[in-house]
Design a protein around this ligand. Structure first.
Ligand code: SAM
Length: 314
């Protein structure tokens, strides 16, 4: 089986025409994602008077949140530094091209990133007005020390969005990542996670849970919620990757066990984001997700496509 980074490299290949962008929309992230990013950013802007706001976009891919972050930066004179980190060299290369096309410039030479290039870690440092993007390339086998050393610390916000955490195998490892996020956040900082819920990959979830009850877990999908996803379509036959499907209580417990305090949690999107490229549908989904989060029992919220949590350090 391919490494996850190789799979994502193929997924992001061809930029705007990539399979990833065809599926999810190159700019159009669900409106509720925009809301979640905005509200956590505005909270920092209001409560934190530092000259600079430092953000980590962990597992940034090809930069789908770029427009949202750029719009937020326009709302302040403070300097916004976004550290964008991913293990997909191809995704990052498209991210850099997007920034250049949007008028971002670098004071240093911009190297072309290749998957095999083990030396390129700080790939680019691109700036426009008060917004700086540092694009960092990680390797799948990196240990926490080298990741921490690479991405730095004193973050005001850590975003780990759209299932990045769910690709980490084993609960204890996911908790290690959450603890690493805690270690690099400022005392007043916020962690924002969005993860898949039971509304997606239902067939796989049933099948893998059946295998577990029979004592024959496939590969290392050994824990409740673990599965492997392999789409049927011929143009995605390079994908076979691990996901952990969350329940809200579990997400809240993992956060708590990593010394975070939950501020908000609930439904991120009811529908799978491939359906939310239509702005009108996305708005309806956002509205229903907000109401659902307020009135539905957690058991039913768990059935949404994506869940979210915003947490603060204890
Ligand atoms: C579903 S994509 C989400 C990308 C982006 N956050 C978005 O919403 O478009 C998952 C991303 O997580 C990245 N990823 C997976 N495991 C990672 C890890 N251990 N460290 C950094 N990035 C990782 C993948 O390369 C991929 O770009």
């Amino acid at each position: 089986m391919n490494l996850l980074s190789t799979q994502y490299d193929k997924y992001y290949k061809n930029g705007d025409l990539s399979i990833y962008n065809k599926r999810f929309g190159k700019v159009k992230i669900p409106t509720n994602d925009v809301k979640i990013i905005q509200s956590s950013f505005l909270k920092i802007l209001k409560n934190d008077k530092n000259d600079k706001i430092k953000i980590l976009d962990f597992g940034c891919g090809d930069g789908r949140y770029f427009e949202t972050l750029q719009n937020l930066a326009k709302q302040t004179n403070r300097q916004i530094e976004v550290i964008s980190y991913d293990i997909s060299a191809v995704g990052l290369q498209y991210y850099i091209e997007k920034l250049i096309q949007n008028g971002f410039t670098s004071t240093q030479e911009i190297k072309k990133l290749k998957s095999s290039d083990k030396k390129s870690r700080l790939v680019s440092n691109l700036k426009k007005d008060n917004l700086i993007f540092k694009i960092l390339y990680g390797y799948e086998k990196d240990n926490f020390n080298s990741i921490e050393k690479l991405i730095g610390k004193n973050f005001d916000l850590v975003f780990c969005l759209f299932g990045v955490l769910s690709h980490i195998q084993k609960k204890q490892n996911r908790i290690k990542y959450i603890k690493m996020f805690r270690a690099i956040l400022n005392d007043n900082g916020r962690l924002v996670l969005t993860v898949p819920g039971k509304g997606i990959l239902k067939k796989e979830l049933r099948c893998y849970s059946f295998l577990r009850t029979q004592g024959i877990p496939f590969m290392d999908a050994t824990e409740k919620g673990d599965l492997y996803y392999k789409p049927k379509s011929s143009n995605t036959n390079f994908i076979c990757n691990y996901h952990h499907i969350y329940e809200i209580k579990e997400l809240e417990n993992d956060i708590k066990n990593s010394n975070f305090k939950k501020e908000y949690s609930g439904i991120n999107t009811i529908l799978f984001p491939t359906k939310l490229k239509n702005k009108f549908l996305s708005k309806i989904d956002e509205y229903l997700a907000r109401i659902g989060t307020k009135i539905l029992p957690k058991k039913i919220q768990n059935k949404a496509a994506y869940l979210f949590i915003i947490a603060k350090k204890i």
